[in-house]
Design a protein around this ligand. Structure first.
Ligand code: CP
Length: 309
């Protein structure tokens, strides 16, 4: 198969295993390209992309922008805080005004669950979800699996624990879908209050004891607590959270194996992870960021091929 089975990238939930295989095969090629002295290919010279960010971002925004530039696409960047959204313009009006400037692909981050799906049904452009509220962050999950595959050879059969604030995490949900689709075993670990009740129906193991979770896994993907999405207290204090669910070097050294440490960022050093763990040789956090560019090049390239046909 050399075509995606979907017209937009709204969520991993809508992908097939063959889509992930195709994205990774394409990303392998682009990873080689971005490590050449000339890091650019002319593939998307005839494509225009709008990056619409209605929520803060460092990694995802810069990574998409660089991926698009490496493919030679024309790009325009939109930040909600400096736009006419502040004057009351709707999402569809904003998107249609941008599209009338002949835009082919919209990459969008939005605080509302379902915003990308909604837009895909109302405007004539390819939509790539760069994170919609607490729902999905598909390119993050793809780059996470790509990084596990790079480090451990394959994802199938590997034991991955996702640690922390599962309830508010789009990274957790997209990772669960992606990892299960590829045949990994998945566990979530965190305070009971931050683990959604439906999670076991996704075929995921729940563990509240961090030491047991770390002893079980090959890979620990550590998430930050998303205080900005909380309107009540889910645990007594940050100090207690760190004592029970923070990853530190003493804890890692007490395991009888060397596990791989991941984090999607942004990191709250000293809360969910200590600096000596984040910067340790078993951490692949910066590899994740590097791989994000190649994976996003692959996603955009494959969607653009559908426009060109
Ligand atoms: N991982 C991630 O989505 O980071 P940003 O919020 O900085 O884009």
């Amino acid at each position: 198969m050399n075509q995606l089975s979907v017209q937009h990238l709204i969520g991993i939930k809508h992908l097939k295993k063959s889509d992930i295989d195709l994205i990774f095969k394409t990303a392998d090629h682009f990873k080689e390209v971005i490590n050449r002295p000339i890091k650019k290919v002319p593939s998307l010279r005839d494509i225009t992309i709008a990056n619409l960010f209605f929520e803060n971002s460092t990694r995802t925004k810069l990574s998409f922008e660089l991926a698009e530039k490496r493919l030679s696409a024309d790009i325009i960047n939109f930040s909600a805080s400096q736009s006419s959204v502040k004057k009351g313009e709707t999402l569809i009006d904003t998107a249609n005004n941008i599209l009338s400037m002949k835009v082919d692909i919209i990459v969008m981050r939005h605080p509302s669950v379902g915003a990308c799906d909604f837009l895909s049904k109302h405007v004539n452009a390819k939509i790539v979800n760069a994170g919609d509220g607490t729902h999905e962050h598909p390119t993050q999950a793809l780059l996470d699996s790509f990084s596990i595959r790079e480090k451990l050879g394959e994802v199938k059969g590997k034991k991955i624990v996702i640690i922390g604030d599962i309830l508010h995490s789009r990274v957790a949900l997209s990772n669960i879908y992606a990892l299960k689709l590829q045949g990994a075993e998945v566990m979530v670990c965190g305070p009971k209050t931050l683990i959604p009740k439906y999670i076991e129906s996704l075929g995921v193991i729940v563990e509240t004891n961090l030491k047991k979770a770390l002893n079980w896994c090959d890979v620990a993907n550590v998430l930050r607590v998303q205080n900005e999405r909380m309107d009540i207290n889910y645990f007594p204090s940050t100090r207690e959270y760190t004592q029970l669910f923070g990853i530190n070097k003493t804890l890692l050294n007490s395991l009888d194996k060397k596990i791989v440490i991941m984090h999607p960022g942004p990191i709250n050093r000293g809360v969910e992870i200590t600096s000596d763990v984040a910067d340790a040789d078993q951490s692949i956090i910066l590899n994740q960021v590097e791989n994000g560019v190649a994976v996003r090049m692959a996603v955009i390239y494959l969607l653009a091929q559908q426009i060109k046909q």
